[in-house]
Design a protein around this ligand. Structure first.
Ligand SMILES: Cc1cc2nc3c(=O)[nH]c(=O)nc-3n(C[C@H](O)[C@H](O)[C@H](O)COP(=O)(O)OP(=O)(O)OC[C@H]3O[C@@H](n4cnc5c(N)ncnc54)[C@H](O)[C@@H]3O)c2cc1C
Length: 243
């Protein structure tokens, strides 16, 4: 299902897990035998007779013995402040923004699979072809801004997509030393609340009495493994209780 690669040319030498078909391969695999319901917003929760009662936006009410919430911090606060008496919920959180530009350029045999830049605007670039999911006559690159630059630009990014993309593309050619070529395709996407750079003291929350758990990437930090680390921490807390 997955393959592990360790590319020699990378700045960072850690092991990477890359889904064969998509970035969410691992999640899809783990959820295979789990009954999932999508596209329904949880509006309200309440706890009665040792059961969690969940009210959804389609009017359905469902009850469960255990509840794990994993959603952005503002939504969590809204849903659970009556039931969680822990200082983490009283904290405020400042999420960083991220601007990503995807481009298709002429093939270049000698480029890295990714670059980490020490730059104020461009943070990282990844070559999508290196994931070996598809064949393309172009090199497809994902360029990610730094948080600092995105925080400044995000409010007007929707109107300045072309200009912001161009700034990132120019930086990419300059910093990677890849020969400047025609841009065959480009797409800009902005995340206003992409990640939290200031981790909390706890990685997850578990109330064994009410059987209420919370995990999410914002507990841990800005890297993509943060969500997994938080979920694993919650898993450890719950399984310690069972064993
Ligand atoms: C630019 C960018 C690129 C990334 N690239 C990668 C990558 O290549 N690989 C990778 O592994 N990770 C990547 N990540 C990180 C990854 O997106 C996060 O680690 C992951 O999404 C965190 O999962 P989460 O469940 O904690 O939060 P989220 O993914 O934010 O999930 C929270 C969910 O809760 C839902 N929700 C909120 N309120 C309610 C409610 N009331 N009722 C029901 N649902 C609700 C939201 O709709 C959302 O779907 C990237 C992140 C960014 C910003």
């Amino acid at each position: 299902m997955f393959f592990l690669i360790q590319k020699k040319k990378e700045d960072k030498k850690h092991l990477k897990v890359i889904g064969k078909n998509g970035n969410n391969d691992i999640s899809k695999h783990l959820l295979k035998k789990i009954n999932c319901n999508y596209h329904c917003e949880l509006k309200k929760i309440y706890y009665k007779n040792k059961l969690w009662h969940l009210l959804f936006d389609d009017g359905k009410l469902r009850s469960f013995k255990n509840l794990i919430l994993t959603c952005p911090f503002p939504q969590l606060k809204k849903l659970s402040k009556k039931f969680i008496n822990n200082s983490f919920l009283r904290k405020s959180i400042k999420m960083d923004a991220n601007i990503t530009t995807m481009i298709a350029i002429k093939k270049n045999k000698n480029s890295n699979s990714s670059y980490l830049f020490e730059d104020s605007i461009l943070g990282w670039a990844g070559n999508e072809n290196s994931k070996e999911r598809f064949k393309s006559k172009y090199d497809l690159w994902t360029l990610q801004s730094t948080f600092k630059w995105a925080n400044k630009k995000i409010n007007k990014n929707k109107n300045n997509k072309k200009e912001n993309s161009q700034i990132m593309i120019n930086k990419f050619f300059k910093l990677s030393n890849i020969k400047k070529t025609k841009i065959y395709y480009s797409l800009n996407h902005g995340w206003r609340y992409s990640s939290n750079s200031r981790p909390f003291k706890i990685k997850s929350f578990w109330d064994p009495r009410k059987r209420l758990g919370v995990c999410a990437d914002w507990f841990v930090g800005p890297r993509l493994e943060s969500g997994w680390i938080s979920a694993h921490d919650l898993f450890r807390k719950i399984s310690r209780e069972i064993n």
